[in-house]
Write a protein that binds this ligand. Structure first.
Ligand SMILES: NC(=O)c1ccc[n+]([C@@H]2O[C@H](COP(=O)([O-])OP(=O)(O)OC[C@H]3O[C@@H](n4cnc5c(N)ncnc54)[C@H](OP(=O)(O)O)[C@@H]3O)[C@@H](O)[C@H]2O)c1
Length: 316
């Protein structure tokens, strides 16, 4: 198995007292490790999740190990734009600074469905919910600069089970074409990457660095729409590990690196990848940063158009 890229230890011992971060989907998987690590380093972390009871359970577990952990659980359903607006309203009424926004939450290969606002579930949750969240938080990020935005994309923005990542502007929500869960996931993850690229342009010289990451193939709950999680975690775990599946702490390394490494500020808009499954062997080694092998990830006009369309859809 290829060795995963690891965040240098000195970054994981930096003192983050006085810093504030938001991690979406912080109750599970990669997000949970990210919350735990940032809190371990002294940061205040808002654990944003759609099920606050699960967030509280996660927070209790972290505090059992580290009683000083500053974790605040807040409700956020990315599949409901009203919930996104409520979350931001509450955050802004209780905080005056935000140094890092981790757009981590996500769903993968779900059956066809729609968000509360009528968007296809994966595009709506993974991209549009985070798009609005980010837009509403840019002023406080700018005020707190230097600040960072990290979008969790995926190597599946390139190809997801054989489906090439592309944005179908004629049918973003699968109203004309037949729905396919992997095609929709690839589209949403390419959108996460292009969103970060656009943000980097928009925020150049405003003290905010925006990047996208692939965390690796990680043993989390994400698989649940494709197979029962216990099959991944018990039956297939040794086989999957040999095939390159990482543990959640390994999966959080790219996010932590992009949040904490000083040199990332000179790569705003870039894509940082853990080892992964790509169309090219070179890309499979990962890279911090990595040139995506998908030509659609380098299409500036597409990133611009996606921004315009997203802005209209979320009515900003
Ligand atoms: N695991 C991998 O192999 C892998 C590979 C590439 C990219 N990624 C990306 O990494 C990110 C983290 O995923 P993970 O692997 O840690 O999966 P996970 O364990 O399933 O965590 C996903 C998180 O997103 C939350 N979420 C889902 N829908 C939401 C919504 N509507 N509103 C708010 N939160 C919502 C989940 O909440 P609930 O607990 O309530 O469901 C959960 O907290 C995702 O963006 C994923 O696409 C993962």
């Amino acid at each position: 198995m290829k060795k995963p890229l690891l965040c240098p230890q000195e970054l994981l011992t930096l003192n983050l007292t006085g810093k504030t971060y938001i991690v979406t989907g912080g109750n599970s998987g990669i997000g949970l490790v990210t919350v735990e690590q940032l809190a371990q380093q002294g940061a205040t972390v808002v654990l944003a999740c759609r099920r606050p009871s699960e967030g509280e359970k996660a927070s209790l577990k972290i505090r059992a190990k580290n009683p000083k952990a500053q974790i605040q659980v807040a409700q956020l359903d990315l599949a409901d734009l009203q919930s996104v607006r409520r979350f931001v309203e509450h955050f802004l009424s209780t905080h005056s600074l935000l140094h890092g926004l981790v757009n981590n939450a996500g769903v993968m290969n779900t059956p066809f469905g729609r968000t509360r606002d009528g968007f296809e579930t994966q595009f709506g949750t993974n991209h549009l919910g985070h798009y609005l969240l980010t837009e509403l938080l840019i002023p406080i990020l700018e005020k707190s600069a230097p600040a960072r935005i990290v979008n969790l994309s995926s190597c599946f923005h390139d190809r997801a089970m054989g489906r090439e990542g592309r944005i179908d502007f004629e049918d973003l929500h699968f109203e004309k074409r037949k729905y396919d869960g992997w095609t929709a996931y690839a589209q949403s993850k390419l959108a996460n990457l292009l969103h970060a690229k656009h943000l980097a342009k928009q925020l150049a010289h405003r003290g905010i660095t925006a990047v996208s990451v692939h965390p690796g193939w990680v043993r989390t709950q994400l698989i649940r729409s494709s197979m029962p999680v216990w099959i991944q975690n018990i039956l297939l775990r040794p086989l999957f590990r040999l095939g390159g599946m990482l543990e959640p702490w390994e999966g959080a390394q790219t996010t932590l690196y992009t949040l904490l490494a000083p040199e990332v500020a000179s790569h705003s808009g870039a894509y940082f990848s853990q080892i992964g499954i790509y169309r090219s062997r070179e890309a499979a080694q990962g890279g911090w940063p990595l040139q995506s092998p998908n030509p659609n990830a380098h299409d500036e006009a597409c990133a611009e158009r996606l921004n315009e369309v997203s802005r209209q859809l979320v009515q900003r």
